[in-house]
Design a protein around this ligand. Structure first.
Ligand code: FAD
Ligand code: MLT
Ligand code: ZN
Length: 481
């Protein structure tokens, strides 16, 4: 039985009444209060169209003070709330499970400051990632995170899920790049941790609690200070074919050895998955004659084109000589570079049957690189349509399994799920992996936390949650439900 169908509404939470709506209206004004059915339908439904709540109220605060007033009142009345950013999360964390009030940060989208010497950007949590990246690009900088959802996801959502994305291998986890946060706690306290210092070892680094793992269950992130790197002019992208998974692993080693500091992405997909997404997206195969089983997209980013190109050429020559790569192409211009990246983003966006009616069951796993592909092979013996790709450089596998729809009452669903869960989680735990590499636990995997965290650790998390959110109003039923 799917864990989600066992969840029942916690009756300790209040049901909204007219007095509550009036009170919230007094805080956010008419433009920040949404009761329109169509707008609520959108905000209640997650990006995958898999999780759907029944919130009757959506609030769009315009300041940290308004967020504080909303939470203070909600705590006093025990009204459950769901913090929401761009609603691009993939684990059902950003939408209500029942009738929780949605607090969307989208109206808090100001850039507060940018220091060109230090590269430190301070902004409100509702800023859209792509908008921030464009703002920085004009100043010769870039955001140290990039992902397919950049046009919609918000920095507050990115922080709250510690999004990984396409260039973690180069710029590291957001944990390291976020220098400061402002967070509103459930009782309305505004916690100013908006330090913009590179070094600040003053007591516990409390902001880290709200970066990843929290997913809106401990507080609402309202402001962010982030360290941004220079945007470098020389970018090269190669699309290379390998016959076996061992060669892919050796390629990573060689890439680190030869490309070192300029290596900025190392993504992989197998031929089954690539054929499937290309058929669906209509994109041209970058290596139309290749018959190999694995493909790698490798990117370098540096400051000197001829120097970087020379490095890449040496790398390609070495891996060809060693027989690690049997076919490949290097993008010749910016158009080809974007075409290659377009294909990479299609691995998910064009995954059948997304964009049409239908469902995709997604698993986002960290697994030691040497074992990572074994899981795909084992799972393919159970299910024909396993689409596998991921951020190989980070040991992060994305497994996608298509189904006709998300009808959890249908018999196909139980048959399908029985072939995947708990097997995938057990296998991952047995190989010392993590059941959530970058997407978080949200609602989908709240029941699976024990596969990757010890009982003592989960218990400490519960105590922290109880301390920071004693009435449990922040994103209930998620993460440590
Ligand atoms: P939402 O989806 O709105 O929320 C996500 C979680 O954060 C929820 O639990 C929500 O309650 C909480 N939250 C949101 N804002 C706040 C806030 N201000 N304060 C407190 N809690 C908050 N993820 C990756 O890691 N790597 C990828 O490569 C990647 N690629 C993606 C590609 C596509 C096409 C899509 C649709 C998604 C992808 N994702 C990826 C998942 C998703 O985009 C990221 O998790 C993203 O960081 C979520 O940001 P958001 O603003 O949409 O947050
Ligand atoms: C990606 O790497 O494209 C994202 O994490 C989304 C996915 O799971 O495919
Ligand atoms: Zn990913």
């Amino acid at each position: 039985v799917p864990a989600s169908s066992k969840v029942v509404r916690d009756e300790r939470f209040a049901t909204l009444d007219d007095q509550d709506i009036k009170h919230f209206s007094g805080i956010v004004g008419s433009k920040g209060l949404v009761v329109d059915k169509d707008e609520l339908e959108v905000a209640n439904t997650d990006w995958m169209r898999k999780f759907k709540g029944s919130a009757q109220l959506l609030l769009r605060p315009q300041s940290s003070n308004q967020v504080a007033e909303i939470l203070k009142y909600s705590s006093s009345r025990r009204i459950a709330v769901v913090p929401q950013g761009g609603n691009t999360g993939l684990v059902g964390g950003s939408v209500p499970v029942f009738d929780e009030v949605i607090v969307n940060l989208g109206a808090m989208n100001s850039i507060i400051s940018f220091d060109e010497v230090s590269g430190i950007l301070i902004c409100e949590a509702g800023c859209i990632l792509e908008t921030l990246d464009k703002f920085l690009a004009d100043k010769g900088f870039m955001f140290p995170l990039d992902l397919g959802a950049k046009g919609s996801c918000q920095i507050g959502g990115n922080v709250s899920t510690n999004a990984g994305g396409l260039r973690l291998i180069r710029y590291g986890s957001l944990h390291g790049n976020i220098l400061g946060l402002e967070v509103v706690l459930s009782d309305g306290t505004i916690l100013d941790m908006l330090s913009s210092l590179r070094k600040d070892n003053t007591g516990y680094d409390l902001k880290q609690l709200f970066i990843a793992g929290a997913e809106g269950t401990l507080g609402v992130v309202t402001k962010v200070a982030v360290l941004t790197p220079q945007k470098l002019p020389s970018v090269n992208v190669g699309f290379l074919a390998c016959t076996d998974y061992t060669s892919c692993q050796k390629m990573l080693l060689e890439a680190r050895k030869h490309l070192g500091e300029v290596l900025s992405a190392f993504e992989f997909i197998d031929s089954f998955a690539l054929d499937m997404v290309l058929k669906h997206s209509g994109d041209r195969h970058p290596l139309p004659d290749a018959k190999e089983k694995f493909y790698l997209l490798i990117e370098t980013t540096g400051s000197n084109q001829s120097h970087d190109k020379e490095k890449l050429d040496n790398f390609v020559e070495t891996v060809l000589t060693q027989g690690l790569v049997v076919d490949g192409t290097i993008a010749q211009d910016n158009t080809q570079i974007s075409n290659f990246w377009h294909i990479r983003e299609a691995w998910f966006l064009q995954l059948p049957p997304l964009g049409k009616a239908g469902a995709v069951y997604k698993y986002d796993l960290s697994i030691p690189i040497k074992d990572l592909y074994n899981l795909v092979e084992i799972l393919r013996e159970r299910l024909a349509t396993v689409v596998a790709y991921g951020h190989l450089g980070d040991g992060n596998l994305h497994l996608n399994i298509s189904a006709p729809d998300y009808d959890e009452k249908a018999s196909f669903f139980f048959q399908l799920l029985a072939k995947i869960e708990p097997f995938v989680y057990e296998w991952t735990a047995a190989h010392k992996g993590s059941v959530s590499a970058e997407h978080g636990l949200g609602f989908m995997k709240a029941h699976a936390i024990h596969y990757s965290r010890s009982p003592e650790t989960v218990e400490l998390m519960r105590k922290m949650k109880a301390m920071l959110d004693p009435n449990g109003i922040l994103n209930p039923y998620k993460v440590i439900a």
